[in-house]
Design a protein. Sequence first.
Length: 201
Amino acid sequence: MGGLESLVSVLGLAFASGVNLYATVLLVGLAYRFQWFSFLPEQLEVLSNPIVLWTAGTLYALEFFSDKKVVDIACGDCSSYCLTSDGRVYSFGWNEYGHLGDGTTIDRYSPVLVRFPNDAKIKEISAGLYHVAAMSEDGSILTFGYNVCGQLGRCGGDCAVPKKVEGLPTEGRAKQVFCGGVHTTVIYSKNEIYSFGNNND
């Protein structure tokens, strides 16, 4: 079976089974590129080309978000975050410090849902270099990612899932959150400002 026939077969099977075509091309290409499986035919090597991977990933993301209204975006150093109108956050990109918030350190070439505690609905997001702060509808601040300077608002190491920042005022509520490279700032309803993280500048 030639390269074109193999490609048509893979895409035909994906379409018939209801699997997204762009996701299929992306996953098969990544599997070939990183040799996840040894049984893939040589004819599918073209799918591992970086241009094909980038195109498939981009088209998948566009199709994925076509039925969701994105109301806010944030970008870190090599990662991106989209907040949709239903209060959900999707992330994709580089993930060495767990800063995609999906509980892993696996890079993501297509959007993954960030799961917040108690299925909290998010109102605002902000990204630093490798960390993220999110403000929920009830005014809570949740953070995840790299924590080298305490920019997550807690002691300890990096965190690959969103966790609520403790120690912020219980009176009033947060109305905005901002991330710098390695620090986080929260503005409260009485215009009080709280910051944590790197303080060298």
